[in-house]
Design a protein around this ligand. Structure first.
Ligand code: PEP
Ligand code: MG
Length: 568
């Protein structure tokens, strides 16, 4: 048995299709300049035509945001600077293939060296395009995955973005690659396509040949080539069980989330951009519990996003939510989230510094643009506004008053604003959790930001690997803060949600249900599994469990309690 990195879930059993990419061997004999230029121009044209053709075919199976990979490739292939640099090298007397390789390698190196994950990923795009270009210059054939017409499991050295995009789900049962990590393009695409895949499986290419039988388990990372009859039987059963469980989850798609004794909670999604709404809808979320608007600000490179740009984004999200509540969090910048066009003064502890609502209350000009855009968009759906990092009641009152004043201003301008906007706050600073019953006299709702609440309660930087052991959502101290927050909200007839990672943690669900959490907000793909757990639990019993958990001394004691009620 071989072991690779698990990417998703699911099991594939089938015949090996070995994807063997042509080996690039650069030309040895010297090309004359004209010949090299012609060769390059023709290869470039073919490369662009190839990408356009692949994109066209992929359009049948991929969603628009996944197809965007090909736009990135086309942009790269049509980038005048890329082309000019290669031509300049050819004009210096270098062969076309050598020139293309040198320029590509330089650009790949440049992008790979960047800190930003987005730019690092661009390096994979350049590799993909330059490989195609080099093959076209050298007259090498690239295998055409879209022509596969029987059920196979693909085994490859590496799956480039265009390889994965060419896969026809009807025939590709899954894939195994030698290289790649959990966040590699191939792994991300496998999840998007819903295909079982194992990446980083060293030795798999040498271990199999075309037509061999293969089993891959995308959850454990196990790969078995030419399995025994017993192994086949075992994995066939596992596969059946997985498919049945997946199918069973689909039944929950449009169902409410009700415990066995009739208590209903809301399961909603965290999003970072209007694009995420596809996933929200596909996974049966009952609305949006956290829209992190800072991504709008971080994507912009030269200035704060305009009122118009923001209005458009909020309008799309509200319209697509079709009347379900959308909780939009106002700008949460600072700490680790910086902007290229805004200078933060250096601070010793940026996480404890000038950030989020503190910055917005100080820079009302910045805050005003966002609040105007939000209020204008409010007529397109059910908007709730939430302020991040509230520590004091004065901060909340000031921020809320600012929204109300801005509403008056808009109404005077003749702009329509909804009359039904809830104004709430994140509880992510221990001070506000402790005083939650008083905050609840002013805020329409709370959403507990456990990522920060735990960081500030434990005094443990959430970015530091070394103190990661202190991220203990089930520590009784954290549970007591959560209880205070939920009870505080309920004492004034308010609702309380949770949008930190703990909100989608299966181990936390029983205790949170028992503590009376009203709304659980999480990444969309966790909605159905969480719905399955909660609908199998009894609220009254979970209240007892939560009562015991609050009296525990350690996180591991709470974990043991939870494990006793979770079936798998
Ligand atoms: C949180 O702190 O739990 C939260 C949801 O906000 P963020 O992770 O964006 O800080
Ligand atoms: Mg936070």
């Amino acid at each position: 048995m071989l072991k690779g990195i698990a990417t998703s879930s699911g099991i594939a059993i089938g015949k090996v299709y070995k994807l063997e990419q042509p080996k690039i061997v650069l030309s040895q004999s010297k090309q004359n300049k004209e010949e090299a230029l012609k060769l390059f121009e023709k290869a470039m044209e073919k490369t662009i035509a190839d990408i356009e053709r692949i994109k066209e075919r992929a359009a049948a199976t991929l969603r628009p945001e996944e197809l965007a990979i090909f736009d990135a490739h086309l942009m790269m292939a049509q980038d005048p600077e890329f082309k000019d640099q290669i031509i300049a090298k050819i004009n210096e007397g270098i062969n076309a293939d050598q020139a293309a390789k040198e320029v590509s390698d330089m650009m790949i190196g440049m992008f790979e060296a960047m800190d930003d994950a987005y730019f690092k990923e661009r390096a994979a795009d350049i590799k993909d395009v330059s490989f195609r270009l080099l093959c076209n210059i050298l007259g090498l054939n690239i295998p055409d995955l879209s022509s596969i017409d029987e059920e196979v499991v693909i085994v490859a050295e590496e799956m480039t973005p265009s390889d994965t995009a060419q896969l026809n789900k009807k025939y590709a049962l899954g894939f195994v690659t030698e290289i790649g990590g959990k966040t590699s393009h191939a792994a991300i695409m496998a999840v998007a396509l819903g295909l079982p895949a194992v990446v980083g499986c060293t030795g798999v290419m040498a271990a199999c040949k075309h037509g061999d039988k293969i089993i891959l388990d995308a959850k454990s990372g196990d790969v078995i080539i030419n399995p025994s009859d017993e192994e086949l039987k075992l994995y066939e059963e596992k596969r059946q069980k997985f498919l049945e469980e997946k199918e069973a989850l689909q039944v929950l798609l449009d169902k409410p989330t009700i415990s066995t004794d009739g208590h209903q909670v809301e399961l909603v999604a965290n999003i970072g951009s209007p694009k995420d709404m596809d996933n929200v809808i596909a996974n049966g979320a009952e609305g949006v519990g956290l829209y992190r608007t800072e991504f709008l600000y971080m994507e912009s490179t030269d200035d704060f996003p305009s009122e118009e740009d923001q209005f458009e984004a909020y309008k799309v999200v509200l319209e697509r939510a079709q009347g379900k509540r959308v909780v939009v969090r106002t700008l949460d910048i600072g700490g680790d989230k910086k902007l290229p066009y805004f200078e933060f003064d250096p601070e010793m502890n940026p996480f404890l510094g000038y950030r989020a609502i503190r910055l917005c209350l100080d820079r009302k000009d910045i805050f005003k643009t966002q609040v105007r855009a939000l209020l204008r968009a409010s007529v397109y759906g059910k908007l709730a506004i939430m302020f991040p990092m509230i520590a004091t009641i004065d901060e909340f009152k000031n921020a809320k008053q600012f929204v109300l004043d801005t509403k008056e201003e808009l109404l005077k301008e003749g702009v329509k604003v909804s009359d039904d906007i809830e104004i709430g706050m994140m509880v992510e600073i221990p001070a506000s959790a402790v005083l939650a019953d008083e905050f609840a006299k002013y805020a329409d709702f709370f959403s507990i930001g456990t990522n920060d609440l735990i960081q500030y309660s434990m005094a443990a930087d959430r970015m530091s690997e070394k103190v990661a052991y202190l991220y203990q959502p089930l520590n009784p101290s954290i549970l007591r803060l959560i209880k205070m927050t939920i009870d505080g909200a309920h004492s004034q007839g308010r609702w309380c949600g949770m949008c930190g990672e703990m909100g989608g943690d299966p181990m936390a669900a029983p205790v949170l249900l028992g503590l009376g959490l009203d709304e659980f907000s999480m990444s969309a793909t966790k909605i159905l599994p969480t719905r399955k757990i909660i609908t199998s639990l009894n609220k009254k019993e979970m209240e007892e469990l939560a009562g015991k958990a609050l009296k525990c001394h350690t996180e591991s004691e709470v974990s043991e309690l939870v494990k006793s009620v979770l079936k798998d």
